[in-house]
Design a protein around this ligand. Structure first.
Ligand SMILES: C[S@@+](CC[C@H](N)C(=O)[O-])C[C@H]1O[C@@H](n2cnc3c(N)ncnc32)[C@H](O)[C@@H]1O
Length: 274
């Protein structure tokens, strides 16, 4: 049982957990990682800063229509709602408990429209509108298929649209070893961490794989931003939470070690339509 499966229940028992993961469920971004303090408040600010960076990198402006696939508790939608006006925001998530919390907590402001929808990102509903942007922030590795997700997004994106992915990218030099490791060990580590509500299996891929998927589905990989060094202070913070709340040292250390060695790096990928 991983932390998604019990996270909302645990918020009641442990306010610190809610502070860290009540809004965003992703890694933190520190412009200057040496300034990270290791506190939960610092981590929560850094997690918000990652969403800010994604929004800035995507060059989002007022009046656009955005799909946040795998939106979690809607932290990025909440930030967009506070920062811009006249947006049409759609958050899709496979776990209805997260969708319900997002609906409860996030109320439209600045003349924005917000809809949170319980659906699979690989089987998107008919939105009856096209998107300017589609975001998948630290969740695509849990989707049933990246290629199907790209196809689904392409159908729902304007011709000038952008797809922004934040993902753990594997180093090409370890691809073969990775295939073995992922099947044997990593899926367990991640599903333990994220929980069976979030995912039953995960798959990490490299940049070349992303280019192949993009080519097949009508996208072009426009920009890659490697922020691996800027997310490193996440690990000590979440490791402590995972050990305290879920007693799983192995899970806690797994990703950290690969990340420190740059065998997995945390990156923002921007795709444009072809
Ligand atoms: C690490 S969280 C990231 C949440 C959110 N993007 C954020 O940055 O806070 C991964 C999310 O992906 C969702 N998810 C997993 N598989 C999914 C799928 N097939 N369709 C939609 N959401 C999915 C999980 O429920 C979880 O909310």
């Amino acid at each position: 049982m991983g932390y998604f499966d019990t996270l909302i229940d645990k918020f009641g028992e442990n306010p610190e957990l809610e502070e860290a993961f009540g809004k965003h469920i992703h890694w933190g971004y520190w412009e200057n990682p040496t300034k990270a303090t290791g506190s939960l408040m610092d981590f929560a600010i850094a997690a918000n800063n990652l969403s800010k960076l994604v929004i800035k990198t995507a060059e989002i402006s007022d009046g656009v229509t955005i799909l946040d696939a795998g939106c979690g508790f809607g932290g990025t939608i909440s930030l967009l709602n506070e920062s811009f006006s006249n947006l049409n925001l759609y958050g899709v998530n496979i776990d209805n408990a997260q969708v319900e919390r997002a609906r409860e907590v996030i109320k439209p402001q600045n003349n924005n429209n917000i809809q949170f929808i319980n659906a699979n990102a690989c089987d998107l509903p008919d939105f009856k509108t096209l998107f300017d942007y589609s975001i998948a922030l630290e969740c695509i590795f849990a989707f049933p298929s990246r290629e199907i997700f790209f196809q689904q997004v392409r159908k729902n994106l304007k011709s000038s649209g952008k797809l922004i992915i934040v993902d753990f990218i594997i180093n090409p030099q370890i691809r073969k070893f990775w295939a073995w490791f992922e099947g044997q060990i990593l899926s367990r580590l991640i599903t333990d961490t994220y929980g069976s509500k979030a995912t039953n299996q995960v798959e990490f891929i490299g940049i070349k794989d992303y280019e192949t998927i993009a080519n097949k589905t009508g996208f072009k990989l426009e920009k890659v931003i490697d922020i691996n060094k800027n997310v490193q202070p996440t690990y000590p913070v979440i490791n402590k939470l995972i050990i305290d709340n879920f007693n799983d040292l192995m899970t806690a250390k797994g990703l950290e070690i690969f990340s420190q060695l740059n065998l997995i790096s945390y990156q923002i990928l921007i795709f444009t339509t072809e």
